[in-house]
Design a protein around this ligand. Structure first.
Ligand SMILES: [Zn+2]
Length: 83
């Protein structure tokens, strides 16, 4: 009986742990706006995608994505001086 009770307790703890959202799945995903250097098209990219691309980059190096509109080069829009 003691073992059974202990198991129930641990399940309760797991439920609590899950309710606390340990993986942050309910957090709003940050969206980064990318702008194409070639066609000026824009694309909204989730921050975690950028993070994956950043793994191949040196510190401070710009993440570049392929433009879905013209297959050109997209960089973070905030890095482009506004005109
Ligand atoms: Zn483009």
């Amino acid at each position: 009986m003691a073992n059974q009770r202990k198991q129930d307790k641990s399940w309760a703890e797991i439920d609590k742990w899950l309710e606390e959202d340990p993986f942050g799945l309910d957090e709003e995903v940050e969206i980064i706006l990318f702008k194409c250097l070639d066609c000026n098209g824009t694309d909204e990219v989730p921050e975690y995608i950028i993070g994956e691309f950043s793994l191949d980059k040196k510190r401070g190096e710009e993440v570049e994505l392929h433009c879905p509109h013209c297959n050109g080069t997209m960089i973070r829009a905030r890095n482009i001086p506004s005109d």
